[in-house]
Each structure stands twice: as C-alpha cells, then as structure tokens.
Design a protein around this ligand. Structure first.
Ligand SMILES: Nc1ncnc2c1ncn2[C@@H]1O[C@H](COP(=O)(O)OP(=O)(O)OP(=O)(O)O)[C@@H](O)[C@H]1O
Ligand SMILES: [Mg+2]
Length: 286
C-alpha cells in the first residue's frame, strides 16, 4: 500500500471505502444514457492466475457509470473471472492470484485498506442459478439490510426493492411465503431485489437469464434496462442477441483471457475492428 492511500483508512462509513478520484470527470447527466460517460470501474493491465494457469491476460477496460456493459466470449475465456475481480469474489478461491490494478472510483480494490465486505455492499452480484435463501420472500430482501443494522422503515425498503426488481405485483400479499416456492424467473428477480435492497452502485450479473425460459428472460432484460437509471450493470451473457439488445457497451473476450475488443455495443455488432471478433459474433467459432 502506498503512503497516500493511508488516509482513507479512518473512514467510518462504508461509502467512504474509496476516496474521490482526483481529476474525475463530474458528470451531472450521468443517468442520461445519451450524456457523457464517467468511468466507475477500471482495469489496468489486469492478470489473473489460478495456480500456474493464466485466466486473464493484461486486461485494460474502463466501465462507465449508469450503463449496461456486456461481457461476451467463448467458454473459459475468463468472463466470470473478470466479474469476480471487481468485487473481490476471487479472494474466496485459494489458488486465485490477481496482478495489475482494478480500480473502483479510482481506488484500487486490492489495496490493503479496502474491506472486501464493504466493497461487496457497493458492488453486488447475481448468479446464473437463482439462489434465494431458504427464508420468506420478505426476509430474503431484508437480509442485507438486517446484517447492516439498517432496519428502520424496513417494510418500505423491502417493498421498494421488490418494485425496482419488477416483482412486487406478483408477490404482494404473500411476502411470508418461502422464496424457494417462487418460479425460477421470480426467484431470479428476488435475488436481484436482494442485491439492490442494500443500494449498491454496481450490480454484477453472471449469465442471470441462462437458466430461465423466454418469458422470464425477457422480464429480466426489461428489468436490466430500467436498472441502468440507478445502477451500473456489468453482465456476462452467452446470448449475443441479448448483449445486443440490452447493453450500451460490449467487451469481447477471446481464448487466452484476452480482452480483444471493447466498444459501443452497436459498433461491436455492426462493424467490429477485429476479424476474430467478427468471426465470433457471426458464429464462425466459439
Ligand atoms: N476456481 C477455479 N480454479 C481453477 N481454475 C479456474 C477456476 N475458475 C476458473 N478457472 C479457469 O479459468 C479460466 C477462465 O474461467 P472462467 O470461469 O472465468 O471462464 P468463463 O469465460 O466465465 O467461461 P464460461 O462461459 O464457461 O462460464 C478457465 O480456464 C477455467 O478453467
Ligand atoms: Mg462463466
């Protein structure tokens, strides 16, 4: 840890996890998708190894705030690994080793003074398989707030999170029922409600719709479209049409853990720079 990073350690609020980025562009229109972009998450020369095996190789990327960024690429190219770097979920994998910088609001999340639990409060995650807790619908959503002792106006907060996750209309009046009794698509929206209840800045989603039927998938896609107003979404998907439909930016990873191209989604799908990217998105390999 460098000397000038020491002065953030006495922060007593979770939100003070990181210091403001010197010289960061202040963008009052950041919720307007047509407005200028502000970088929220940035990787610089990021490598990840699992033991001897390298899973990410020199990844550089600037992920903009209040946008949906899609990560696509063939199986094993490191998409989930990259997602897990952002909120340090790779810490939970013994053999994983990260080199290079992963910045959140300009602060390296791997600095010694960063508390991974506080980081994950600001950067939530939704997984491929819906994983509600074996608790009531209400308690699933209230969980993170209870852990943080933020129980004032709990009913209101739970209701708001369920509304933001587009699930309220389907569960109002049966909040005491088990989250496990919901359909797969409802369970996934419950997990999204659980993730947004604690009011994070970023939501990471690893193939959130791949286990769902087309109707539930389209509900999740509509939801993601709304989420960008308040959150920064980074989503891994194997579904090219989905990436093209829902994302503002697309990152294409290819074999060897290299980020081959990152640009506006339209550009990636209509006129990519790299022939390998073109081959991949037109289905010639992968
Ligand atoms: N926990 C782990 N231990 C060891 N190696 C791992 C681990 N997780 C991933 N890897 C390896 O790292 C590489 C990248 O894996 P990762 O899961 O990030 O790929 P992915 O792009 O998400 O693939 P998929 O599309 O199949 O989900 C692969 O070679 C994989 O075998
Ligand atoms: Mg994966």
């Amino acid at each position: 840890m460098s000397q000038n990073e020491m002065n953030t350690t006495d922060a007593d609020e979770d939100d003070a996890l990181v210091s403001p980025q010197p010289g960061a562009v202040v963008d009052d229109d950041s919720t307007d998708t047509a407005g200028p972009e502000t970088t929220l998450v940035e990787a610089r020369d990021l490598d990840v190894f699992y033991g001897e095996e390298q899973a990410l190789d020199s990844v550089d990327i600037e992920i903009p705030e209040n946008r949906v960024t899609a990560m696509i690429g063939p199986s094993g190219c490191g998409k989930s690994t990259f997602l897990r770097c952002i909120n340090r979920m790779n810490d939970l994998i013994d053999v994983a080793r990260v080199e290079g910088d992963l910045l959140f609001e300009g602060k390296n999340v791997y600095d010694d003074d960063v508390d991974p639990v506080a980081l994950r409060r600001r950067i939530g995650m939704v997984f491929q398989q819906p994983n509600p807790f074996p608790k009531s619908i209400y308690e699933n959503v209230a969980y993170g707030l209870r852990v943080q002792g933020r129980t004032e106006n709990l009913d209101e907060k739970v209701e708001q999170a369920l509304k933001n996750a587009a699930l309220w209309d389907e569960v109002e009046g049966r909040l005491d029922e088990s989250g496990l009794d919901l359909s797969g698509g409802q369970q996934q929206r419950l997990c999204i409600a659980r993730a947004i209840a604690v009011d994070p800045d970023v939501i990471l989603m690893d193939e959130p719709a791949s286990a769902l039927d087309p109707v539930a998938t389209s509900q999740i896609e509509d939801l993601i479209d709304d989420l960008r107003e308040e959150y920064t979404v980074v989503i891994v998907t194997h579904n090219m049409q989905q990436a093209a439909r829902i994302s503002d930016k697309t990152a294409v990873f290819l074999t060897g853990g290299r980020l081959v191209e990152f640009d506006d989604t339209e550009k990636i799908f209509e006129n990519p720079e790299s022939d390998r990217v073109e081959d991949y998105i037109t289905g010639k390999f992968g």
